[in-house]
Write a protein that binds this ligand. Structure first.
Ligand SMILES: Nc1ncnc2c1ncn2[C@@H]1O[C@H](COP(=O)(O)OP(=O)(O)OP(=O)(O)O)[C@@H](O)[C@H]1O
Length: 230
């Protein structure tokens, strides 16, 4: 993980306090990008002190206009992008579903699950069981032997989500996860999120609009570089 935001893991990272400690706790996250214009460069601030805490079993939405910095914050939370300042604390394991699927075009769905399972240190039998459940839950088993570069956009989105869910992480971060889903898959997606919540797993969903607010425990708004309760 490469992040200037201090990233610590494990129970020792948590502050003593009232109630259950957050499984993911980000405070004061700031990030500016460098923009070049002819020979001069300037720093454009995107995040100026964003805070975000996620408790076990919480389903939280992060909403903001296009370009407000949602993906930037998500990438900092997963350690994919360095923050200029701030702290990110994680307790447990994290799964990440990026907005643009990161797949290997010539590998089949099955091969992706095998590869990601091995990378997560899963036993082959556990990986096969989890893969079978994900195919059934998201309804794309018939594409198990299809290469990623031959999948439709919606099926690719299912593979992208399935790969993030495979190791059953404590915290799941999803960037615009259902943009390519049909209605049936959208409903199945929410069924999976609800099931995770009952097992104390946490989900953070980034979207530029939230259609079903009642499905979330909380919705946080990102604007002017900061997070706001809505
Ligand atoms: N690598 C980069 N270099 C320079 N500017 C960037 C870079 N990545 C993002 N930006 C700028 O930072 C701002 C926030 O981008 P970001 O992708 O985080 O927003 P977002 O809220 O996820 O947007 P969207 O809803 O359109 O996906 C935008 O103005 C974008 O142009």
């Amino acid at each position: 993980m490469s992040s200037n935001a201090q990233l610590t893991t494990g129970p020792e990272a948590l502050e003593p306090g009232q109630g259950p400690p957050p499984v993911l706790d980000a405070t004061g996250v700031a990030k500016a990008y460098t923009r070049w214009r002819r020979l001069s460069r300037r720093k454009v601030p995107v995040l100026t002190g964003a805070d975000l805490a996620l408790a076990a079993g919480e389903v939280v939405g992060l909403v903001g206009e296009n370009g407000s910095g949602k993906t930037t914050l998500m990438r900092i939370l997963v350690g994919d992008l360095a923050a200029d300042s701030g702290t990110v604390r994680l307790s447990g394991t994290m799964g990440y579903c990026p907005q643009q699927p990161i797949v290997y075009p010539r590998l089949t769905c099955d091969e992706h699950f095998e590869l990601f399972g091995a990378a997560h240190g899963m036993r082959p039998a556990a990986q096969r069981d989890a893969t079978g459940d994900l195919y059934a839950q998201l309804g794309f088993e018939r594409y198990s032997s299809t290469r990623a570069d031959q999948l439709s956009g919606g099926t690719l989105a299912k593979l992208n989500l399935g790969l993030a869910l495979l190791p059953d992480p404590d915290v799941l971060l999803l960037d615009e996860p259902y943009a390519g889903f049909d209605w049936d898959t959208y409903q199945k997606f929410w069924g999976m999120v609800a099931e995770r919540r009952t097992r104390g797993r946490s989900v953070l969903i980034i979207s530029h609009f939230i259609a079903d607010e009642q499905r979330f425990d909380r919705v946080i708004k990102l604007s002017d570089g900061r997070t706001w309760s809505s």
